[in-house]
Design a protein around this ligand. Structure first.
Ligand code: OKP
Ligand code: ZN
Length: 368
C-alpha cells in the first residue's frame, strides 16, 4: 500500500475551548508525527513524502489544485482561510501562536435568507465556521492546502497504478481532517473536505468523469456531516457512515437521513449507541459494506478515523488495536479490488495511534 505524507501538514497547530479554558487542540501535529514514525520503523509500507503546491516553483500546480477544491468549496470561504490571519496581523501586532476563533455564528432569521459575510474579521470567522474547534492560526492555510493536495495526489497515484497494476489502494495522511467541512464552513477540526477533493479529482481524471459511481465509507467515530451535505442530492455518490449516536456534530447522522431527490437511498447513516463493542460495530460495518457493494461503485473513498478506539478521548466505542486489522480485512472481503483511497480523519489516542494505523494497513493487505 502506498502511504502519502507531506511535512507541511504538521504546521497547523491550534487551540480549542474546553469549558472556559483554552487548550491545545487534540487534533495536533503529533498525531501525524507518531504515525509517520511508526510506519517508517516498520518499513514494509511504502511511505512517500510529497510536496504541497504552495512550496512549488510552478504556479500552475497550485492553480490546478484550487480549481479542484473550488468545485465544492466557495471562493469567499477559501479566501477567508487564506487571508484571515494576515489581515489580523496587518491590523495589530499578533504573535504567531495566536488564533482566530469566532465571535458570532450565523443563524436563521425571519427578515432575510441571504446573510452576507461580515467585514469584521472575528464575526466573519463565525460566518465561515459552525463550531469553536476550527481556529485559524498563521500556518493553517498551508496545512489545509497540503492536506487537500494529499487527497488529490492519492487519486493521481491510484489512476496511474490502475493502468499498470490494477486493484490499487492509496492511504493519505491528511491533516487537518475534512469530513465535517461542507464547502463553506469549517468545523470539527476540518477546513476543506478531503473526500470531496478526491471525488472532484477522480471525476476530472477518470474516463467515466461525471458519470462515475462513487462510494464513500466513513469510519470515523463522528458523523461526516460535511461529506453527507455535499453529496446529499447526488445520485452518483453513495455515502455510508458508522458513528456514535447523539455525538458531535449533533444535528446530523440519524438513520432517517437517506438522501434527497434522485439520490434518495444513496445516504446510509448507521448510528451506534455509546459504548458499543466490536461485535455491534461489525454488524453495522457489514450493513454498510453490502449497501456499498449493491450500489456498484467504481471508486471508493474511505474516511478513516481512529477515534473509535476504546481509549480515545473523543470516542466511546470499545474497539482495540487488533480489531482494526479485522475491520480493514472486512472491507476488502466485501469490496474486493475496488480502487480505493483511504483518507485519515480523526483519532486522538496519541500513544496508540501509530499501532492502530499499522494494524489497519496490515489487515488491508493480508485479506484475513
Ligand atoms: C473531529 B473528527 C473538544 C471538543 C471537540 C469537536 C470534535 C471533532 C471531531 N473540546 N469537538 O471527526 O474526529
Ligand atoms: Zn472523529
Amino acid at each position: 500500500m502506498i502511504v502519502l505524507y507531506d511535512p507541511d501538514t504538521l504546521l497547523h497547530d491550534t487551540v480549542e475551548l474546553v469549558g472556559a479554558k483554552i487548550r491545545s487542540a487534540l487534533e495536533s501535529p503529533a498525531r501525524t508525527r507518531t504515525i509517520v514514525e511508526k510506519l517508517s520503523e516498520s518499513g514494509e509500507h511504502g511511505l512517500r513524502t510529497i510536496q504541497s503546491p504552495l512550496t512549488s516553483d510552478d504556479p500552475s500546480e497550485l492553480k490546478a489544485l484550487l480549481s479542484i477544491i473550488e468545485r465544492t468549496h466557495g471562493r469567499e470561504y477559501l479566501d477567508h482561510l487564506k487571508n484571515a490571519f494576515d489581515q489580523w496581523r496587518a491590523e495589530q501586532l499578533i504573535e504567531q501562536h495566536e488564533n482566530i476563533l469566532p465571535e458570532c455564528f450565523v443563524y436563521p432569521t425571519k427578515a432575510h435568507s441571504d446573510p452576507r459575510p461580515p467585514k469584521d474579521l472575528f464575526a466573519r470567522a463565525g460566518y465561515f465556521a459552525f463550531d469553536m474547534s476550527s481556529g485559524i492560526m498563521f500556518q493553517t492555510y498551508r496545512s489545509v492546502i497540503a492536506s487537500a493536495n494529499l487527497a488529490s495526489e492519492s487519486v493521481s497515484y491510484l489512476l496511474d497504478f490502475k493502468h499498470s497494476h490494477g486493484a490499487p489502494s492509496v492511504f493519505a495522511l491528511c491533516r487537518p481532517p475534512g469530513h465535517h467541512c461542507d464547502g463553506n464552513r469549517a468545523g470539527g477540526y476540518c477546513y476543506v473536505n478531503n473526500v470531496a477533493v478526491c471525488i472532484s479529482k477522480y471525476r476530472s481524471l477518470s474516463v467515466s468523469g461525471e458519470f462515475a459511481r462513487i462510494g464513500i465509507l466513513d469510519l470515523d467515530f463522528h458523523h461526516g456531516n460535511g461529506t453527507q451535505e455535499l453529496y446529499y442530492s447526488d445520485p452518483q455518490v453513495f455515502y455510508a457512515s458508522i458513528h456514535g449516536e447523539d455525538e458531535f456534530p449533533y444535528y446530523t447522522g440519524a438513520d432517517s437521513e437517506t438522501g434527497a431527490g434522485d439520490a434518495v437511498g444513496a445516504n446510509l447513516n448507521l448510528p451506534l449507541a455509546t459504548g458499543s463493542d466490536f461485535g455491534e460495530y461489525m454488524k453495522k460495518l457489514n450493513q454498510a459494506l453490502i449497501a456499498l457493494r449493491d450500489f456498484r461503485p467504481e471508486f471508493l473513498v474511505v474516511s478513516l478515523g481512529f477515534d473509535t478506539f476504546h481509549l480515545d478521548p473523543l470516542g466511546s466505542f470499545q474497539i482495540s488495536t487488533e480489531h482494526y486489522a479485522l475491520i480493514a480485512a472486512g472491507v476488502r472481503r466485501v469490496l474486493a479490488d475496488l480502487p480505493t483511497v483511504i483518507l485519515l480523519e480523526g483519532g486522538y489516542a496519541l500513544e496508540h495511534l501509530g499501532e492502530n494505523v499499522k494494524s489497519f494497513l496490515e489487515g488491508w493487505e493480508a485479506r484475513m
